[in-house]
Design a protein around this ligand. Structure first.
Ligand code: HEC
Ligand code: HEC
Length: 525
């Protein structure tokens, strides 16, 4: 087969001079330009005003730019200081980033939700999603020529790619060039109206400064709420303090810093209880949304949503359910909470226990004959969250239904990756349709997934499930002389949650693969 592999850095067609000119006065931009000239221009050809081959014809997330430059360092021996790299990543993410709408649906990769089951067409899954996530692809924008060079780079950098398992079942290079390149250029083009509009209307970073009321949920620990205080600390940089509490009363307090990229990509580092946590949020009109996780153990994280003080938003109801015929306390979290709370038909507010603009704690009573189902909650004119009323639990789902945990430590440098689960109860509405009630406390255990796992005693070796929290800690890495052929502590397990509802037990089941370490762990999986 005849092939022309070009790791080319020849000039492209589309100059970015126009988009660079949008932020000409920023001093950081000038610094970045100097760095680009001094450290990149040696290999990347100048193309007119402030444009460089390859670099100027792509748009991506801050993590995407970081990965490209890190590759320049490890594979092409680029020399760059950490500080210069930070400046260049910031500048490129601001001037050649993605619009918020261009990251919709694939933010899970940035938020490091590594158990996400991706939704792509079969071709993309098989051609591009077997080595890394499809999201890594969907989080980039390029013209056809740049997608083609990316394909060439893959085969040039890893010439054995086509002979590896999961690639040799097809003519990978041919399909990539003929089918994937046009498809990618159409699906993820460099020039979009969304990015043009966003560049014009990008909010100022000052809009982030102030107090934010937040709500969160951490699997294995529960719901939390509190206030996050943000103060300016340089251009697009902030000091951050969080002061909150879990539903069980334990504190959630910490301090750190954050940077805003591309006008909305919030990246923070906040130390909570001695744990260095990373914040990956999208800022959108007075709302911050995303995930906050332990930097060293990204499986330990919480869903996070916050509303800026001064805006009017209802963010969450904690807990989001009540049993028909019972009384219970719920907390509404938001910003500008004013007026009377209402929880829909069959649910009565017995007493307002506490009301501030950020928090509204009430005692509720659901009538014994209240219809099972979901009700829209409102406070004054504010809406957007639901309360589920249930009579019986119809089904318990283990979330995530399919997950991967990893052995670690055992003398090695790679930490264990835990499994973390929620038990989600579902009910059946009067219309017969299933509805989500919410996350319930459960008793947890693991069992052998199949005959093979039973024979190999995976339950005994693969790790330990904490019965009351749904947190699974895998076994040590390395060969285990007690196992057949001294294999390691991998396993294939059923994850079983038992939820008790008024003396009746309901169980749900998921699957967890306990496997070997993830040796290569780049910012975008
Ligand atoms: C020593 C040479 C060298 C230097 C210096 C260098 N690059 Fe590269 N760059 C390459 C080569 C070779 C390729 C094509 C192969 C590849 O993608 O790895 C490339 C490709 C790229 C790409 C395209 C990657 C893709 O996914 O298509 C980007 C973006 C990039 N470089 C950014 C930079 C930036 C930013 C700098 C300066 C901070 C830089 N490079 C400095 C050699 C270099
Ligand atoms: C054989 C495994 C493999 C396959 C198949 C594969 N990739 Fe990659 N891809 C990689 C590796 C390895 C990297 C480099 C990761 C790094 O820089 O740390 C990468 C990097 C990338 C990047 C980031 C490049 C940058 O610097 O911005 C993109 C985008 C990408 N791949 C898209 C694709 C697309 C599109 C396909 C399908 C046509 C595909 N990949 C198929 C292994 C693969």
């Amino acid at each position: 087969m005849k092939r022309t592999l070009r790791l080319s850095m020849t000039s492209g067609l589309l100059a970015v001079a126009a988009c660079l000119a949008l932020h000409p006065e920023q001093s950081q931009a000038r610094d970045a330009q100097t760095i680009l000239k001094e450290t990149c221009q040696g290999c990347h050809t100048p193309e007119g005003e402030n444009a460089l081959s390859r670099i100027s014809h792509q748009r991506k997330t801050p993590e995407g730019w970081l990965m490209s430059i890190a590759r320049m360092q490890t594979m092409h021996n680029l020399q760059i200081s950490d500080e210069d790299r930070r400046t260049v990543v910031k500048y490129l993410a601001d001037t050649q980033g993605l619009a918020p709408s261009e990251t919709d649906g694939v933010r899970y990769a940035l938020e490091r939700r590594l158990n996400t089951v991706e939704q792509f067409d079969d071709q993309t899954k098989q051609m591009c999603g077997r080595c890394h996530s499809g999201a890594r692809v969907a989080l980039q924008r390029r013209p056809a020529q740049e997608w083609e060079r990316l394909v060439n780079f893959h085969l040039g950098q890893w010439p054995s790619l086509e002979y590896q398992a999961l690639a040799r079942d097809r003519d990978w290079f041919d399909i990539a060039r003929k089918d994937m390149v046009p498809l990618l250029a159409k699906r993820y083009p460099l020039d979009t109206q969304a990015w043009k509009d966003w560049q014009k209307n990008m909010p100022k970073a000052e809009a982030m400064v102030g107090q934010w009321s937040f709500s969160g949920h951490m699997p294995g620990k529960g719901e939390l709420g509190g206030i996050m205080t943000v103060s300016a600390n340089g251009t697009d940089q902030f000091k951050v303090a969080v002061d909150g509490q879990y539903a069980d009363g334990s504190p959630f307090k910490g301090e750190g810093s954050a940077i805003l990229y591309s006008g909305y990509e919030w990246r923070g580092n906040v130390t909570v209880d001695g744990v260095n946590m990373r914040q990956v949020f999208a800022a959108k009109g007075g709302e911050l949304k995303g995930r906050m996780f332990d930097k060293a153990h990204d499986e330990r994280g919480l869903d996070f949503v916050a509303a800026k003080q001064g805006t009017k938003q209802l963010l969450a109801v904690q807990p989001g359910y009540l049993k028909a015929g019972s009384e219970g306390e719920v907390t509404l979290i938001g910003s500008g909470l004013e007026g009377k709370p209402s929880f829909g038909k069959g649910v009565e507010v017995v007493e307002v226990l506490e009301q501030t603009p950020e928090r509204l704690r009430v005692k509720l009573k659901a009538a014994a004959d209240a219809a099972p189902g979901v009700r829209a909650v409102s406070v004054g004119a504010l809406k957007g969250v639901n309360l589920a009323v249930y009579r019986d639990i119809a089904e318990v789902k283990v979330v995530p239904a399919f997950s991967v945990a990893r052995i670690g430590e055992g003398g090695g440098s790679t930490p264990k990756v835990q499994g973390r689960f929620d038990a989600e109860a579902w009910g059946k509405g009067t219309d017969g349709k299933p509805y989500r009630i919410g996350v319930f406390p459960a008793q947890w255990k693991v069992e052998a997934f199949d005959e093979r796992a039973k024979e190999d005693e995976d339950v005994k070796y693969a790790g330990t499930m904490q019965a009351d929290s749904g947190v699974f800690t895998p076994g040590d890495a390395g060969p285990n002389p007690q196992r057949k052929m001294s294999t390691n502590n991998a396993g294939n397990l059923k994850v079983i949650a038992a939820v008790d509802d008024a003396g009746k037990s309901h169980t749900g089941e998921g699957q967890m693969i306990v496997t070997v370490q993830r040796w290569n762990n780049p910012p975008i999986p």
